[in-house]
Design a protein around this ligand. Structure first.
Ligand SMILES: Nc1ncnc2c1ncn2[C@@H]1O[C@H](COP(=O)(O)OP(=O)(O)O)[C@@H](O)[C@H]1O
Ligand SMILES: [Mg+2]
Length: 212
């Protein structure tokens, strides 16, 4: 049965699709059987797959109705990992992606305003955990952080107040992330020994440990 990770943040532009595609690609490169589920009607992950002419090595499918949790669980036995790339704003879709998940990752830009915007998502996850013995687990991932800056105290405090851990390291704001994706590639393919690739693999290591 697949380990299911939903990458969620109601705020558009927080880096959900970028993180989803890169984690899926890193898992694929480690010889895992991966499915990437695009739940956003805009279909950015599907556009990425199309731009690369489907050569990413794993299927990318669109499921953009709130039956997502049932649809994903019916696919779970065919994969080792399912990454669910979250939609913006649509409450029902996000609720369904929370229900589907073993782990929710919340990519968040390191500003208190962006963190506070996660309020309703955090409440939704906690409500779900309450009735399911703590499933899904949840963690923040600092996303699009400016290079060379340390996390401001108020950012750490705002995240810590929610009671979910923050994964160690961050996805920094790097042009390679954006540039590689426009032609259906990833930073991992374009610069396998680069810092962006290192960051993704460092996050993936922690995620895999969480499932052990
Ligand atoms: N770490 C990053 N470094 C540079 N650009 C990024 C990074 N993460 C996301 N972006 C860019 O920011 C925009 C929004 O990112 P995206 O992953 O689509 O966010 P979301 O799916 O949350 O809306 C895209 O143009 C993407 O290329
Ligand atoms: Mg997106």
């Amino acid at each position: 049965m697949a380990n299911i990770i939903s990458i969620l943040n109601p705020k558009g532009g927080s880096g959900k699709t970028t993180l989803s595609i890169h984690l899926a690609r890193a898992l694929h490169n480690s010889r895992h059987k991966v499915l990437l589920v695009d739940t956003d009607k805009q279909g950015s992950a599907r556009d990425w797959n199309e731009a690369g002419e489907g050569t990413g090595g794993f299927p990318v499918v669109g499921l953009d109705r709130p039956t997502l949790d049932k649809d994903v669980s019916s696919l779970a036995e065919n994969y080792g990992w399912i990454i669910v790339d979250g939609a913006a704003k649509l409450e029902k879709m996000i609720a369904s992606a929370v229900k589907a998940a073993d782990l929710v990752l919340i990519p968040v830009q390191p500003s208190p305003l962006d963190i506070w915007a996660c309020d309703s998502l955090v409440e939704m996850i906690q409500a779900r955990q309450h009735v399911t013995d703590g499933i899904p687990a949840a963690a923040f991932v600092v996303s699009r952080a400016k290079k060379g800056t340390v996390l401001a105290r108020e950012v750490c405090d705002a995240i810590t107040a929610y009671g979910f851990p923050i994964l160690h390291g961050a996805v920094h704001d790097r042009t390679i992330f954006a540039r590689s994706m426009t032609d259906g590639s990833t930073a991992i393919d374009d610069e396998p020994n680069g810092s962006a690739s290192f960051e993704i693999n460092h996050l993936l290591k922690q995620i895999m440990e969480a499932f052990q």
